[in-house]
Design a protein around this ligand. Structure first.
Ligand code: GAL
Length: 444
């Protein structure tokens, strides 16, 4: 049976998500400062096809038509991020009024159209000026971030109530500061641990600031989560899976819940203590109003001696010969149910909202139409799993599709298309895909 919106009740929150760097373009327009992504895309061999997001979806100039389209697609909630370096070109200090104006225009128009804004304060685009001082590896970043958050609340808090402090700390600290495959391209365990700890502090600290400045605010933060299973029933694989789970799913939520870092499973994580100062443990804790869950797939983990610290590795979906998306991620709808179950089982967990879920598939444009049955099926199956979770009494209250428009998919460039709306990057023409039409119908 096809699920319908009413099965979820009137209070369930439906929406779409985007991120500033992936859609806005206008990378140096109207006083915007450079971010670490503006720098990173210029480095050799970092981005597929040497692409960048200098223009991306040109949302900076086309936001009005895009929001109007969102309205026509019956989308009631829009999650987008603020580019820190549009507001503070140097990361701290002088405010760029034109940057404030841009987000004011988006917020005002969204509200006028009946679309509720959900603002992510950090979706990976640190001002380059701050990276020059060490970025997330410099402990001062938590104070720079706190100042930036306060400015956003002061300027937008009269109209924005819903805040997501940080997007996927595990992914940007891992990819950006351990593997060097995302901005700023730093590598190594020490960079990763320092960045991770400062991010965790900034996350709780940022939320504390919003709560102190704005009564009635709804504050959360978003975590990447994957259901994890061992490759075989061998003990070694089970231990490897538990380690991967600690790193990928538990590393940031547990200190936030006051449980400390999950160092039991991964002894090497204890080195994070080197970056801890008095009161940090208490400061890492914060009672969020909600937790954003971002899920795309599951991971199968096996033991290996070749990966230092972890002795665990992912068995790729390709190797397992299972159905995949264009990101080579396994299509496994039950994952979303499993992660909701896992997070719901923490004591004192606040309400959960799926702040991202979606899929990239190779789309074909035929006669000005994009027929994408795989994406529609992926979303329907995921939503069915969310329903299953809700029906079992799990603590889930909303679902946002990643993403509204095809956009710049980080190191993968423009190749993977995740949008409900097709974008022709030659002429910026938008075409609602059949999955988008289905979602619009579902939301009616
Ligand atoms: C998330 C990220 C998004 C988007 C998505 C699809 O990790 O927050 O920006 O890229 O994955 O890969």
């Amino acid at each position: 049976m096809d699920r319908c919106k009413k099965d979820f009740g009137d209070d369930f929150i439906w929406g779409v998500s985007t991120a500033a760097y992936q859609i806005e373009g206008a990378h140096n327009t109207d006083g915007k400062g450079a971010s670490i992504w503006d720098t990173f895309v210029q480095k050799k061999n970092k981005i597929f096809g040497k692409q960048d997001a200098n223009v991306a979806c040109d949302f900076y100039n086309r936001y009005a038509a895009d929001l109007a389209l969102m309205r026509r697609m019956n989308i009631p909630n829009y999650r987008f991020s603020i580019a820190w370096s549009r507001i503070l070109p140097q990361g701290t200090g002088e405010i760029n009024g034109l940057g404030i104006d841009f987000y004011n225009r988006i917020i005002d128009l969204a509200l006028e159209l009946g679309i509720t804004p959900w603002v992510t304060l950090y979706h990976w685009d640190l001002p380059q000026a701050l990276e020059d001082k060490g970025g997330w590896t410099n402990r001062d970043v938590k104070d720079w971030f706190a100042d930036y958050v306060a400015i956003c609340v002061k300027h937008f808090g009269d109209r924005v109530k819903n805040w997501i402090v940080i997007n996927e700390p595990t992914v940007f600290t891992g990819a950006g500061y351990f593997f060097g495959v995302h901005a700023p391209g730093k590598k190594g365990f020490n960079n990763f641990l320092a960045a991770a700890h400062h991010t965790a502090l900034a996350q709780a600290g940022g939320a504390r600031i919003i709560k102190s400045l704005q009564t009635g605010s709804n504050v959360g933060t978003s975590f990447s989560c994957s259901h994890i299973e061992p490759y075989t029933a061998r003990n070694k694989d089970k231990i490897a899976a538990a380690k991967a789970d600690a790193l990928l799913n538990r590393f940031f939520i547990e200190p936030l819940l006051g449980m400390g870092y999950p160092t039991q499973e991964i002894k090497a994580l204890r080195k994070i203590e080197k970056y801890m100062q008095q009161n940090d443990e208490a400061n890492l804790q914060f009672n969020m109003d909600f937790i954003g869950i971002q899920n795309y797939t599951r991971e199968i983990i096996r033991h290996t001696l070749f990966v230092p610290f972890l002795q665990a590795k992912i068995v790729s979906a390709q190797k397992r010969k299972v159905e995949t998306t264009a990101m080579n991620w396994e299509v496994y709808p039950e994952s979303i149910y499993e992660v909701l179950k896992k997070y719901s089982s923490y004591a004192n967990i606040p309400p959960l909202i799926i702040t991202e879920n979606g899929a990239a598939f190779t789309d074909e444009l035929v006669d000005c139409k994009v027929h994408d049955p795989k994406r529609k099926a992926y979303l329907q199956q995921a939503i069915e799993q969310v329903y299953r979770a809700k029906n079992k009494g799990l603590n889930v209250h909303g679902y946002f599709v990643w993403t509204f428009l095809d956009n710049f998919e980080w190191a993968e460039g423009y190749r993977p298309r995740f949008g409900l709306v097709h974008v022709d990057f030659e002429n910026q023409k938008r075409i609602v895909k059949s999955s988008g039409k289905w979602y619009a119908d579902f939301l009616k």
